[in-house]
Write a protein that binds this ligand. Structure first.
Ligand code: R5P
Length: 314
């Protein structure tokens, strides 16, 4: 059955690419913002007995984007949609998936309860912070990854096209690097995709009170070139601390790759002014013009999402 694809307001360019890839036009939604900031959502098309898909990233402003998503799911269900697949390319609150310190809420758990109780049928998302997160849902979750896109990019760079600012990246004399222990699984996966390319792992320490990050040591061999692969870049501190330690350990050319460009305030400057020569991210989060910087290159996940939707609706 051909689904109808809707978009919240957080990542319209990605939703447009996904629907174009599916040979569809985005179905209209009325999203009104009242003077006090409250939103009203209205489904315009007939969706009775129709499979529907909603694309909404829940990056900043996470709360507002989640509320909008909740209203869209509710509006579609009330309008008779047969199913509502929610594509949340970046799942906000994923780093709060358990209690770190006594007294904390499990914020991701709260969000999941809302998505499920509103009647969403399925979630499609990317590169979650931990592989355990899908288990917190009672509805099916397609946990997709941008790693194959990064692996392709590394292969292309190794062939000399495109070149990176500080010279050509070659797979020879190059290692993949996880900037922390949490990324071990990720780095092993991309290493396998690249014919067991060597990898190293950084032991990182984050002070939970101050947010300060220290890259303490590197486990594994450091070559002259390094590609750091992470799930997200927020403040940029993890990438920069990792890059500095790699440089101290002999790396001369350092590239950063991360699926989610959270890019919190000040991070574009931190990354642009760092020793990292190129920063690759995806469009799981829409990047406003003012956050773009010369070293940044965005790779789209639209085709992967479209393929997954096709698979679900064939
Ligand atoms: C942490 O465990 C994550 O995998 C990322 O390394 C982290 O969220 C990046 O954050 P920031 O850019 O603020 O250092």
């Amino acid at each position: 059955m051909v689904p109808k694809v809707f978009s919240g307001s957080s990542n319209l360019p990605l939703a447009q690419k996904v629907s174009k890839n599916l040979g569809l036009k985005l179905s209209p939604l009325e999203i009104t913002v009242f003077a006090d900031g409250e939103k009203r959502v209205r489904v315009v098309d007939n969706v009775v007995d129709i499979e529907t898909v909603v694309v909404q990233s829940t990056a900043a402003p996470a709360d507002a984007n989640y509320m909008e998503l909740f209203f869209i799911i509710d509006a579609l269900k009330r309008s008779g949609a047969k199913s509502v697949t929610v594509v949340i390319p970046y799942l906000g609150y994923q780093r709060q998936d358990h209690v770190f310190r006594d007294g904390e809420a499990v914020s991701l758990g709260v969000v999941i309860k809302a998505i499920e109780s509103l009647g969403a049928s399925k979630v499609i998302t990317f590169d979650l912070h931990t592989v355990k997160i899908p288990e917190l849902f009672r509805i099916p979750v397609s946990h997709l990854s941008a790693l194959p896109l990064f692996a392709e990019k590394i292969k292309k760079m190794a062939n000399g096209s495109p070149r990176v600012e500080a010279g050509q990246l070659s797979i020879v004399n190059c290692s993949l690097v996880s900037p922390d222990l949490g990324g071990v699984r990720r780095i092993k996966l991309i290493s396998e995709m690249l014919g067991n390319m060597p990898y190293a792992i950084i032991v990182k320490n984050r002070n939970l009170d101050s947010g300060e990050i220290t890259a303490e040591k590197i486990e594994g061999k450091v070559f002259s070139k390094a590609v750091i692969v992470d799930d997200m870049i927020s403040s940029g501190k993890t990438m920069v601390a990792a890059a500095e330690l790699l440089k101290e350990s002999g790396a001369q050319e350092i590239i950063a790759m991360a699926t989610h460009a959270v890019l919190s305030s000040g991070s574009p400057e931190v990354l642009q002014n760092s020793i990292i020569s190129k920063v690759f991210v995806t469009d799981t989060i829409a990047i406003p013009e003012q956050k773009k910087f010369p070293k940044l290159e965005v790779i789209s996940v639209a085709d992967i999402i479209a393929k997954e939707i096709r698979k679900n609706n064939s």
